[in-house]
Design a protein around this ligand. Structure first.
Ligand SMILES: [Zn+2]
Length: 458
């Protein structure tokens, strides 16, 4: 047991890691966890933070967001901190519609520079692949992996946006990704089905929000999951399925796990655990996200999968647009921009629905939001756990704090919340990264540029 004076001690809280929970004091030195002590500790510290009556979680990781629409990494990272998130892993890409000109390696380096200048929190990076990347990917991908971006996302839908890749293109990429020890993330929806249905609805004059979910049906997702996992099995490529939303997809994942799939990770998002297609009827295009919000049955089955371990990660998939960008197209759902906000609300909403309603345990919550994303994306044990030697990324969470979600109190530029007016119990009271307090009682304590790029370890 260490007796020298620590920089900071977080005392009297209930420490929650994925393996369990218990009352502990955490001593921090030089930005990392130096010792964890239970019972009466003799160790002193320059600064004591009282966490009595609170939970102490590892910093939350949001492994899915897009810093290219209304919000970039500056405001995303501010919102993150208020929501207890200390690590972001955004998707970047050399996508012309996002104003990019160079190749994917250039896009990666540009984003690292932007993040190091503007981000408040530490960040990793995933790369989104579009059709244009294929020409140079053989030489570009190894350089990207070398630089520490180790996950790549390909799309099975959205041919009109130049994103859809064909089966043989996915396989070629899988071979390259597997050879370089990286991970292939896939947006799994059958794009042919989606395009066909959308074109048909449009031709029939059916533009309203009620036609959005029917244009991207559950089975189009489950079909794509089946196909991409078949291809991955042939190539033996490690896979990460982003934003699963349909209960049929969970059945397919179960089947492939039974068949002994190679490495396979799964993600869902807060909105697939908390919202249904009803939002589309109430809020029009403001609720447009891909895959669409589903039915109550999907939500309940998704919670079951989150609880029993079939789902590994919960992300926010924040890709928000201002009301004024969506409003003129409120009743023109197929033309409206896709994507919803939700990053800041991600953890507190999931906590409220998961813990307060007794659907999952606290250690499981930490596994989903901290340990699993850290392990999958090569950041463990620096991130994702509170243990000796880990970065002192800590969320002191007050389970008794009631609050009502109001967009005007949130920190993204996006000016609405999918959870407006919703009452929650439990909120982060203090958020720390590498031993430095980022947020205390709703007040931001640091300036942009503190965030560090986190290369993933293979
Ligand atoms: Zn996304």
């Amino acid at each position: 047991m260490s007796t020298d004076i620590a920089d900071i001690a977080v005392k009297g809280g209930v420490l929650v890691n994925s393996q369990g929970l218990g009352k502990s004091d955490i001593f921090i030195k030089n930005g990392v966890v130096d010792s964890i002590e239970t019972g009466k500790s003799k160790r002193s510290a320059d600064k004591i933070i009282d966490a009595a009556g609170k939970f102490v979680f590892p910093g939350i990781i949001d492994a899915h967001m897009h810093p290219v629409y209304a919000d970039r990494i500056d405001t995303l990272s501010q919102a993150a901190v208020h929501g207890g998130i200390t690590t972001l892993i955004p998707f970047i890409g050399a996508i012309k519609a996002w104003g990019k000109t160079g190749d994917l390696f250039d896009a990666l380096n540009d984003f690292i520079a932007e993040g190091e200048q503007n981000s408040i929190v530490d960040f990793g990076i995933h790369c989104s692949l579009c059709h244009d990347d294929l020409e140079t990917i053989d030489t570009v991908l190894p350089k990207i992996v070398e630089r520490g971006a180790i996950s790549f996302k390909g799309f099975m839908a959205f041919s009109k946006r130049g994103m859809k890749l064909e089966d043989d293109e996915h396989m070629k990429l899988m071979e390259l990704i597997a050879k370089n020890g990286a991970l292939y993330a896939v947006h799994a929806e059958n794009g042919t089905v989606v395009d066909y249905l959308q074109d048909r609805f449009i031709a029939q004059g059916n533009h309203g929000p009620e036609f959005y979910a029917p244009s991207q049906p559950n089975i189009a997702e489950a079909d794509a999951v089946f196909r991409i996992l078949s291809l991955a099995q042939v190539i033996e490529c490690p896979m990460y399925l982003v934003h699963l939303s349909a209960y049929e997809s969970l059945e397919v994942v179960r089947l492939f796990k039974k068949w002994g799939a190679p490495t396979l990770y799964t993600e869902t998002c807060t909105h697939y655990l908390t919202l249904t297609d009803e939002e589309m009827k109430k809020r029009g295009s403001l609720a447009k996200v891909g895959p669409p919000l589903r039915m109550k049955r999907d939500v309940e089955e998704m919670w079951q999968a989150v609880s029993d371990g079939l789902i590994d990660v919960i992300g926010s998939d924040t890709a928000g647009h201002l009301i004024k960008a969506k409003e003129p197209l409120m009743e023109q759902v197929f033309k409206a921009p896709s994507g919803i906000p939700g990053q800041e609300e991600m953890f507190t909403i999931t906590y409220d629905e998961g813990i307060n309603k007794g659907r999952i345990t606290l250690p499981r919550l930490v596994e989903l939001f901290c340990e699993n994303p850290a392990r999958i994306f090569g950041l463990y044990p620096q991130k994702g756990v509170i243990q000796k030697g880990a970065d002192a990324d800590i969320v002191i969470f007050d389970p008794t704090a009631p609050h009502t979600i109001r967009a005007k109190n949130l920190h993204l530029k996006v000016d609405y919340s999918m959870y407006e007016g919703r009452k929650c119990l439990g909120a982060p009271a203090l958020v720390m990264q590498r031993g430095k307090i980022l947020m205390k009682k709703g007040e931001l304590k640091v300036d942009p540029g503190r965030g560090r790029y986190l290369p993933g370890n293979l």
